[in-house]
Design a protein around this ligand. Structure first.
Ligand code: F6P
Length: 380
């Protein structure tokens, strides 16, 4: 019988973190289980910094369903198996996981819920191999966690992007311009593709389909020839021209993480080329962090609540070392071993390595077929 559990939220934030936390806390309370939250993800686990979470009015976890961010913080680039520490004035990377394991055992946590993406779940898998009971919940706006059809936070990001496209439409039409919207998603084109369909864009460029800018320009010229002097182009930050490179704006995580690339800049590049090729005035908008902030959509509130309640249910059944997923539209779970795929090596690089099992857009996906059917140009 489990009595005491802890939650940690890790990686880039999304709308829906708090809805998951709330669902875990409520389900725990209904079953007389104490619930705690580590502050700032794996960093809190390492420093043993946690707070109790209840639904009492004075608790941090009260009234949080519609709230953006994470009430217990989150940290990016906190791989406890390869953690940056100062030693003799030098920065070195060390395996600190034994401290985390001691903290969990000493304080008697029967299960740790890891809310996060690829890297977070890789570390969760590694902790489970060292004997810790973990249950993962798939989070990221990028929707690229393996084995699940959808991650929490993604739907809100798509809604924000679709709303932006609506707003760009009216100004594009008024000024006879091409308006390019650069959206997030890292190495996956889910946000770009789905928001392009939701917003009625004319072109969508995604990392999974290296693009020929001439094909996108031709689509816009065809529209112009039919009297439509404006076009909307959605570009995923990871989109790449055929034979070209991904646009890297700089380094993130002080250059110390596994995947340090800070993507960005492809939207400006595409806007400039399209202006030259079509003769239409062209502008770029980078949507950025608005995709991650603010209140979750109704869909994400429900998905997050389902994930949180399911995770707590699995903990009560003592089914550990798993990730809650949606499969064929239904709640389910899968082993973390399956989620990490070929990224098997314990402790080493975690998240977005060549061995990572990221879920990308496939050419037979309904979204690709639908986009093509209605004439959205995918740059090919
Ligand atoms: O993974 C979520 C995400 O928002 C990506 O879409 C984006 O490339 C990245 O995080 C940005 O990371 P950071 O918060 O380090 O700038």
């Amino acid at each position: 019988m489990i009595k005491k559990v802890a939650i940690l939220a890790n990686g880039g934030d999304v709308s829906g973190f708090n809805a998951v936390i709330r669902a875990i806390v409520k389900t725990a309370e209904n079953n007389n289980i104490e619930c705690y939250g580590f502050i700032d993800g794996y960093r809190g686990l390492l420093s043993n910094n946690y707070v109790q979470l209840t639904t009492e009015a004075e608790s941090k976890a009260s009234g949080i369903l519609p709230k953006g961010g994470s009430i217990i913080g989150s940290s990016t680039n906190a791989n406890v198996f390869n953690f940056p520490v100062e030693e003799n004035g030098e920065r070195v990377f060390k395996d600190m996981s034994d401290i985390c394991i001691e903290n969990i055992k000493n304080d008697g946590f029967d299960c740790v819920f890891t809310l996060g993406g690829d890297g977070t779940q890789k570390s969760a898998r590694d902790l489970s191999l060292k004997g810790i009971n973990v249950i993962g919940i798939p989070k990221t706006i990028d929707n690229d966690v393996a084995c699940t059809e959808i991650t929490f936070g993604y739907n809100t990001a798509v809604s924000v992007a679709a709303d932006a496209i609506d707003r760009l439409h009216s100004t594009a039409e008024t000024h006879h311009r091409i308006l390019v919207l650069e959206v997030m998603g890292r190495y996956a084109g889910w946000i770009a593709l789905e928001s392009a369909i939701a917003g009625g864009a004319d072109v969508a460029l995604i990392p999974e389909i290296p693009y020929d800018i001439n094909k996108a320009a031709q689509k816009i010229i065809n529209r112009k020839n039919r009297g439509k002097n404006f076009s909307i182009v959605v570009v995923a930050e990871g989109a790449t021209p055929i034979g070209g490179q991904m646009c890297i704006r700089g380094k993130r995580n002080n250059g110390s993480g596994v995947d340090n690339n800070r993507l960005g800049g492809i939207g400006e590049q595409v806007a400039k080329q399209l202006e030259e090729l079509t003769g239409l005035d062209s502008r770029c908008t980078v949507l950025g962090y608005t995709q991650r902030g603010g209140s979750p959509s109704a869909f994400d509130r429900v998905l997050s609540t389902k994930y949180g309640a399911k995770a707590m249910e699995l903990a009560m059944q003592e089914k550990f070392g798993v990730l809650t997923i949606i499969k064929n539209g239904k709640l389910d779970y899968v082993s973390l071993e399956e989620v990490v795929g070929n990224n098997k090596k314990v402790g080493a690089a975690s998240g977005n390595t060549p061995e990572s099992n990221l879920r990308k857009v496939t050419m037979d996906h309904d979204l690709v077929k639908t986009a093509r059917s209605i004439g959205i140009n995918l740059g090919d």
